[in-house]
Design a protein around this ligand. Structure first.
Ligand code: PAF
Length: 293
């Protein structure tokens, strides 16, 4: 069921589709017209980071943005209920970058009664966020596969801020032979360096100030790396010191991992990623920086 359509500034119609079947047949019709479909999967509460992903779609390609707060990727006690939701404002933002369709399924449509089929990417989900959120990536992989099957994109665009998520999706696409391409886009930051995230809105002014330590820690650690420090523990300790100086920060992890396998490393001898998760009040923030060899 197409619940409503809006007139775009350029006179075209933007559709908001809630039903999976409708989405599939609509995407089929777009494909039959010979257009390429770009999908940007999101959980809504859109910000400039999401818009930068949408702007990555090429020229005349047809942009679908999915908006679905996916319950299966939230753990117990996490912010599923309170996760910000504002479809009306999101629609305006999608429209502002030339998006032509929003796919906003509901939970019952995505997870019918007796739902029991999931996708588990085995190894790269174990480290980093997978330690404190053991079911998270199974939820992500499963919902993203379902979004692919509904929206039938030629390519899908994901941000590098969720570095591990990006790797998980790439792995799944390769392992399951999905006929689409994964495009990645760099982290978008506020002017002062804070990585854009829907969860930044949970931060009080004091927490937001303290959260600037994340980017500072990553940048300073990379400077140390650029100056010749290849020892992972030394780089991690450097980042710890900077973030620990902020009383409001509760560090979940700071790690240096192989950029492909996401395994912890002792020495940076291949491309690596320094990744961290830090809590400020009720906001759990993640960020990362790549250390290229
Ligand atoms: O990155 C997100 O917003 C979500 O994890 C995603 C990819 C939309 C799956 O729910």
């Amino acid at each position: 069921m197409v619940l409503f359509v809006q007139t775009l500034v350029n006179g075209q119609l933007m559709k908001i589709i809630h039903s999976i079947k409708q989405m599939q047949s609509f995407s089929e019709s777009v494909r039959r017209e010979g257009k390429k479909i770009a999908l940007v999967p999101t959980m809504g509460s859109l910000h400039e980071g999401h818009l930068s992903l949408m702007r990555k779609k090429a020229g005349e390609d047809f942009l679908i943005v999915s908006i679905f707060v996916n319950p299966t990727q939230f753990g117990q006690g996490e912010d599923y209920e309170g996760y910000p939701r504002d479809l009306e404002n999101d629609a305006k933002l999608v429209e502002s970058v030339g998006g032509e369709c929003i796919f906003a399924p509901d939970v019952v449509g995505m997870y019918p009664e007796f739902f029991q089929t999931t996708i588990k990417v085995a190894y790269i989900t174990k480290n980093l966020c997978g330690i404190s959120r053991p079911a998270h990536f199974e939820g992500v992989a499963t919902v993203v596969a379902k979004l692919f099957l509904a929206a039938k994109p030629h390519y899908a665009i994901f941000g590098e801020k969720d570095f591990q998520q990006l790797m998980v999706i790439k792995r799944m696409v390769k392992d399951l032979n999905f006929d689409l391409e994964i495009v990645s886009a760099p982290i978008v930051r506020e002017n002062d360096g804070l990585a854009m995230s829907s969860r930044n809105r949970y931060l009080s002014p004091e927490e937001r100030k303290a959260a600037l330590s994340l980017f500072r820690a990553l940048i300073e650690s990379r400077k140390l790396y650029d100056a010749g420090q290849l020892d992972a523990d030394a780089l991690i300790e450097h980042a710890y010191k900077i973030i620990r100086s902020e009383k409001l920060a509760r560090i979940e992890y700071i790690k240096v991992c192989d950029a492909e396998t996401l395994e912890d490393i002792k020495t940076v001898s291949r491309n690596a990623v320094m990744a961290l998760a830090v809590h400020f009040g009720r906001a759990r923030l993640i960020d990362n920086i790549v250390l290229r060899v």
